[in-house]
Design a protein around this ligand. Structure first.
Ligand code: FAD
Ligand code: SF4
Length: 468
């Protein structure tokens, strides 16, 4: 690190440059340009190495952040990438999509007074640069075992589980119903946050390591779950949460009302070239209901489709929005209008039964609920209608029906997630000793990095159980 202990004052926090708004409004490319070497070194040098790395503690995979910042500052890119892969299976992805303001950077000692170290951007820089230089993770020297594990779901949880297993000589075979790996990384998160060739490169890396993918294969439909239990030493379930939460609004089945994920997936498939058409809002007035990251992805997709007007309506105020503050700011810059303290009460339809608007009531924030978040309370007589040609419901996700697991004695919670946790004898083992689970299907819809953390810990549980 620099000899100058006040480096963090002399060099201010600078985020990577964004593409001009005009380009961002049209193109499905990542909005942040790559960091240059001098900038990455200078920003990494701002780390105080404070001795109490709160950043590392707050990061769900507990990355060795101060150590790889130092290596980045010294220009030791390959060593930095090696180190970052010791704790994270998809570091270049997390550098792009983690809500750093709530995680590592939010906990950085410099955060409030001087601006946190740009940890996420440097994690992305280190790994992209190492890949560009031809470096690849390797399992040279790892002793292969005869153990095989079936993984259902090629999302971040399943991929992280496969990564840890293959690095310990166990053969992972990953099944997914989609045609590509990544789960929501490929078919949820839009390419202005995560370009799709990042996952194509990852697939090549995993395959080179010895991970096998069986894609276009839905377990329970195209292949029997029992056969996986019979053929493998253990099974990991990383199947995610795909039931849309609806608002229960009158007319929510009307033509012109959409669920968030089918909309995003159809657009992504078009961007990837695997579909010729998509749900397209060119020239339309679009209202998106909800205030999380999925809502932000929908509004910013609609902007890029050249919608006439895009509004995001949320029932609390901006400070209480669940979405990342960075993504709200990006959406504002791109021209999205926000309607705070607005609770939808019905979808308005025209004479043909097609959606033509949303009726809202204004809210004020009352007492905190059981999660400590202040409840929105309707203000009597404040109803109003906003015109819309298309309405998207982005209220979040729950697990699909998992009744098919009943014969296998896998217990579920009241929320229909799978019961498994870190503190069992074998972390993330379910009530069926041969079956492990992790990611959204265990914790409920959450984050990429928490899914990675659980996939990795489950793999360690499997290794312990198999005595590898
Ligand atoms: P998933 O990523 O959902 O993967 C599950 C996989 O299992 C899928 O590929 C699915 O096809 C497969 N599968 C399911 N059932 C079967 C079956 N029977 N047979 C075969 N395959 C099956 N998080 C962030 O940290 N940052 C963000 O910016 C962010 N943005 C998001 C934007 C959107 C639109 C959404 C919906 C989520 C976002 N998230 C974000 C959340 C994050 O994507 C998820 O928390 C994470 O992907 C969960 O990982 P997972 O592996 O548990 O599940
Ligand atoms: Fe921060 Fe996420 Fe990287 Fe951890 S994985 S250091 S939380 S960006």
């Amino acid at each position: 690190m620099s000899q100058n202990v006040y480096q963090f004052i002399d060099v201010e926090r600078i985020d990577p440059t964004k593409h001009p708004v005009k380009v961002r409004k049209e193109e499905f490319i990542e909005i942040y340009q790559p960091m240059q070497e001098a900038q990455a070194k200078g920003q990494a040098d701002r780390c105080l190495d404070c001795g109490n790395p709160y950043c590392e503690w707050k990061c769900p995979v507990h990355n060795y952040i101060p150590q790889w910042l130092q290596l980045a500052n010294e220009g030791k890119i390959i060593e930095a990438a090696e180190l970052s892969h010791k704790t994270n299976s998809l570091p270049e992805v997390c550098g792009r999509v983690c809500p750093q303001d709530r995680l590592c950077e939010g906990a950085c000692t410099l955060n409030n007074d001087f601006g946190a170290v740009t940890i996420g951007s440097i994690e992305k820089y280190i790994n992209d640069k190492a890949f560009e230089m031809g470096w690849r993770p390797s399992i040279e020297g790892v002793e292969l075992t005869d153990k095989r594990v079936a993984i259902i779901g090629a999302g971040p949880a399943g991929l992280a589980c496969a990564d840890v297993l293959v690095r310990n000589g166990v053969k992972p075979v990953v099944y997914d119903k989609y045609e590509e790996i990544g789960g929501l990384l490929t078919f949820g998160i839009p390419s202005f946050k995560l370009e799709k060739d990042v996952m194509t490169r990852r697939r090549e890396i995993f395959e080179e390591l010895g991970v096998e993918f069986v894609l276009n294969t839905e377990v329970g439909k195209d292949i029997d779950f029992q056969s996986l239990l019979d053929d493998y030493d253990s099974v990991f379930l990383g199947v995610g949460t795909y039931k849309y939460i609806r608002g229960g609004l009158p007319n929510e089945e009307a033509q012109g009302v959409y669920d968030s994920l089918p909309y995003l997936i159809s657009n992504t498939r078009k961007v990837m070239g695997s579909a010729d058409t998509c749900i397209d809002f060119k020239g339309k007035k679009v209202v998106v209901l909800g205030g999380g990251d999925t809502a932000m992805d929908c509004v910013r997709t609609a902007i890029r489709q050249d919608a006439e007007e895009v509004m995001c309506a949320y029932r609390r105020d901006e400070a209480n929005m669940p979405g990342s503050a960075r993504e709200v700011q990006n959406a504002k810059e791109e021209g999205v209008n926000f309607e705070w303290n607005a609770q939808p009460i019905s979808i308005e339809v025209d004479a043909d039964g097609k959606a033509c608007g949303v009726k809202f009531v204004k809210t004020q924030l009352g007492q905190p609920d059981e999660n400590g978040r202040r409840r929105p309370e309707a203000i009597e007589g404040s109803e109003y209608i906003v015109e819309a040609d298309a309405v998207i419901q982005a209220f979040g996700f729950q697990p699909l029906n998992l009744e098919w697991l009943t014969p296998y004695e896998v217990e579920l919670t009241d929320w229909n997630t799978i019961k498994a946790n870190e503190d069992s004898q074998y972390p993330y083992q379910t009530t069926n000793p041969k079956i492990f689970a992790g990611g959204d299907i265990v914790r409920g819809a959450d984050l990429v990095v928490t899914a990675i953390a659980e996939g990795r810990k489950a793999a360690e549980g499997i290794l312990d159980m198999l005595e590898v």
